[in-house]
Design a protein around this ligand. Structure first.
Ligand code: NAP
Ligand code: ZN
Length: 348
């Protein structure tokens, strides 16, 4: 066992505090990663605050992890000491069900093992996430991080990047597809960059016009404020694909009305409250409403390589461990441009 420093939530209502956690010994197929950077995802906040259900405290979160391999097990073949690697939202799955077999480990029939807050099949403990100095992960769930991607900016690709890449890919977004991204935070801004790189015609639907210049810089063709009712009239029936990344409950009927005939609205935002869909927002234009969770391991590697090829990196603000609690407050106010990344050296 190795004792490492970490930042943990002691309860749903208290700020995160410095603590120590144990990492298991490296097993035959395990990789020990010395963490360099960890992104802050809105899911970390939903989780520690108990918004998605009760959890066991103290809990260390963080599922956008990059670092270097410091030790490998005797049977490891995919990674070597010194490699730059990443870990996203999963650290294991059954490997045998039809979904795992086809590379959709996120939809494992037995449930994938989350990077934090899940029972670890390796030792029965509750998994602890990336706001820490090191982590031990089975080699199949460790990604290669291309060296051309800025080390201090790349971590958010491991969740925000793949969560947008996967639906864009699955629903066949390509040259000329009319795509709208709702909410331009951590996930949304990656959606703009990736969809633009795929050749889509991208529109950002944000609460205000304050992020308009950024939207255009990231590759969007247009940016509209959803606080202006005229937006919903002007853009009615116009998109093939809409991806909703908003962390709060929004008026689904209004957004579905922006889809063209046969269009699909994909929900990746995961508010704690149920979303309501009026039947007549779907029926008259054969519209679909769908959901999507992160992406599989093979697809995550493909996304990292795609981002390296297209020079896509997240827009980040680097903070120290003592800035995590303030960062959470800023994320909640949509005051993040566009992802906080923690410098793991500050956990020392
Ligand atoms: P984020 O950085 O906070 O971005 C969310 C954006 O939504 C904000 O920047 C804001 O964009 C908009 N927004 C926030 N509150 C709003 C409100 N009340 N009304 C309208 N718009 C609002 O969060 P994130 O890290 O991107 O995560 C977004 C959501 O996706 C979270 O619920 C998270 O848990 C979930 N998630 C899902 C998956 C998955 O696999 N499906 C993976 C990761 C995260 P504007 O300022 O542009 O309006
Ligand atoms: Zn996430």
């Amino acid at each position: 066992m190795r004792t490492v420093n970490a930042y943990a939530a002691p309860s749903a209502t208290e700020p995160l505090v410095k603590t120590t956690i144990e990492r298991r010994d490296v097993g035959p197929k395990d990789v020990m990663i010395d963490i360099a950077y960890a992104g802050i995802c809105h899911s970390d906040i939903h989780t520690v605050r108990g918004e998605w259900g009760e959890i066991q405290y103290p809990q260390v979160v963080g599922h956008e992890i990059v670092g270097t391999v410091s030790e490998v097990g005797s049977e490891v073949t995919k990674h070597e000491v010194g490699d730059r690697v990443g870990v996203g939202c999963m650290v294991n799955s059954c490997g045998e069900c039809e979904y795992c077999q086809r590379g959709d480990e996120q939809y494992c029939a037995k449930g994938n093992t989350g990077t934090y807050g899940a029972v670890d099949p390796a030792d029965g403990t509750i998994t602890q996430g990336g706001y820490s100095q090191a982590v031990v992960v089975t080699e199949d769930f460790v990604l290669r991080v291309p060296e051309s991607l800025d080390y201090d900016k790349v971590a958010p690709l491991l969740c925000a990047g793949i969560t947008l890449y996967s639906p864009l890919h699955h629903w066949g977004v390509t040259e000329g597809t009319k795509v709208a991204i709702v909410g331009m935070g951590g996930l949304g801004h990656m959606g703009v960059k990736i969809a633009a790189a795929l050749g889509a015609e991208v529109t950002v639907l944000s609460q205000t016009t304050s992020k308009k210049d950024d939207s255009l810089r990231f590759g969007a063709k247009a940016h509209y404020a959803t606080s202006d009712e005229q937006t919903f009239t002007d853009l009615a029936n116009s998109f093939d694909i809409i991806i909703n990344t908003v962390s709060a409950k929004v008026d689904m009927g209004a957004y579905l009305g922006l889809l063209a005939v046969d269009g699909t609205l994909i929900n990746v935002g995961a508010p704690s409250e149920p979303l309501e869909v009026p039947a007549f927002a779907l029926i008259p234009a054969r519209r679909s409403w769908a959901g999507s969770a992160i992406g599989g391991i093979r697809e995550t590697q493909e996304m990292l390589d795609f981002c390296a090829e297209h020079g896509i990196v997240p827009e980040t603000e680097l903070i120290g461990a003592d800035g995590i609690n303030d960062a959470y407050e800023r994320v909640l106010k949509s005051d993040v441009r566009y992802r906080f990344v923690i410098d793991a050296a500050t956990f020392a």
